[in-house]
Design a protein around this ligand. Sequence first.
Ligand code: S3P
Length: 425
Amino acid sequence: MKINKISKIIAEIKVPADKSITHRAIMLSCLANGTSAVNNYLHSDDCLMTMNAFKAMGVDIVQTSSRLTIKGAGLNGLKKSPHSIYAGNSGTTTRLISGILAGQKFTTVINGDESLSKRPMKRVIEPLRLMNADITADKDNFLPMTIKETQGLKAIDYISNVASAQVKSCILLAGLYADGITSVTEPEKSRDHSERMLKAFGADIVEDNLKVSIKKCDRLFAQEVNVPSDISSAAFFIAAGLILKNSRIKILGVNINPTRDGIIEIIKNMGANIKFENIRNVSGEEVADIEISSSDLCGVNIDGKIMPRLVDEIPAIALCATQAEGTTVISGAKELRVKESDRLSAIATQLKKMGADIKETEDGLIIRGKTKLTGCRVDSFKDHRIAMMLSVAGLIAEGTTEIIDSSCVNISFSNFYDILKQVCS
Ligand code: S3P
């Protein structure tokens, strides 16, 4: 993809549905009794992996462009897949489905693409083994991973050393099958979409600050879920609106769940012009229309405590920091090294190529602004969020920015370039 500098954006847009919520809506609908509907689901490569996995386990999923109709198999109605489950690039598919598979009376093998095969799975293998699951994995940490038929799971009270919604959700989903009450405590609160949705589907789940507990469950009840737009996708247009001069972008129907809104807190601290309208509730999630206009930004400190609330938004925030007066210090972000790419390295090396003053540290970034960016050939490392960050950087960079492997935006935001073209014309 080649991107040229533009002068401004004035636009009203809608970005695609939330990826995390779509994965969970598909999974819980497949496990429920009755027919669920998932409206405005995310039609992207990652969510397709979750859908295909459940289709392979015998669930009837009817797909139109705006709605999934899912005839749930019930908690114990899944069938052995005739082939291994291919999770593609999707960590959420792999880690959440592992919790469900740990409770099944059949064996499943999960594999994935090159990037996913390098991402750590020990973080889910360890707690699942404590629950009695029988799991083997490459080097005990990587895909392919085999989850064997269970003799019955037992509840655990797990203290996790990583604030990860994928780990927490995996344990809670296994907890649906485990005798007793399964609890997981995190060092910081990660996104709570699983807790909200499990409650809506009828699970007995209790939250107490950083600890979440779930009781073994006989059945979940089918629901109609309306999926709001993804703040992690909105983040790239938020960044564009902030750093382009004379610009204003309104983004409709964005999920602003307080476990996901760290980017809003940070850009407000940076001096962003941001307005919220029409705040409402959509299927148990807070939603708003967000209006962003060009802003004179300043550098800020971002530490580990807020990281779970903005972990996927660091690329967009880092780009904003290159256009902010002063220094932005990001620390406590070592989780970014085990995402779809090593994002700390990808952000630092590629933005530096474009002229940013950016230093990579062991667990973060130090960015000095403001710097003029210049277009050149940059690599997405097949990471959707890096491709989108570089594309927005291209809008303010002198000349032409060429992004290698830009089609990876399909992982979470298939019409990213359509919307970008539309708002730039
Ligand atoms: C996700 C949790 C986060 C996030 C990912 C989606 C989820 O990962 O980065 O894009 O849907 O649970 P971690 O749980 O590894 O932090």
